[in-house]
Design a protein around this ligand. Sequence first.
Ligand code: O7M
Length: 212
Amino acid sequence: MTELMLALDVLTRAEAMDIAEKTYPYIDAIKIGYPLVLGSGLSVARDLAEFDLPLIADFKVADIPNTNRLIAEHVFEAGFSGIITQGFTGRDSVSACVDVAHNAGGKCYVVTEMSHPGALDFMGEGVAERLAELAVECNADGIIAPATRPERVKALRQIIGSKKILSPGVGAQGGSAEEIAPLIDSMIVGRSIYNSEDPAKAAQSYSCVRDL
Ligand code: O7M
């Protein structure tokens, strides 16, 4: 089954709680990042805990190992169950996030190739494969790979085996839910749900592709 992860990139706590309230029966996890946390504070994680879903911190952490560790400790103390880190900072920085996550009983995911067109300026074929290898070597729980390029997801799957693939880019960025669902473990969807006139119905429609 392909899970549905809501990218809750709204700007206020009130909007976040409203969208989560409407969609939680149809989603498997919530991902929040800078847009919501800078608008509402890290404590929004505690409010979202009421929906009893895995909560992933998407700060795409990208610093030296000590700073990564400090960031990751804040994240897990705040109540998140997972963290997303960049991989290009190298194995010691990635390992710092993985270690804190696993010590807290949480998960760590590594960005390999991003979903937008500009990602190919630096992160395309070759680099993404190396980042996926690094994710495996560092014992990360999975990778982020682009729903906008299913053929790249297939290539990265060869490297990571049964580790998780979390994939953004469906809907607003043009990726097809039906095409990507069989290739991944979790589909990350934001605007097509939270900007919809009926977020519950939109989430439900994405959750229908789960079993493809
Ligand atoms: O469905 P959208 O386009 O509104 O939102 C997609 C979400 O996925 C949004 O939170 C992005 O920041 C995130 N994302 C990408 O869109 N592309 C990537 O390559 C990586 C991410 C991401 O989640 O990285 C962890």
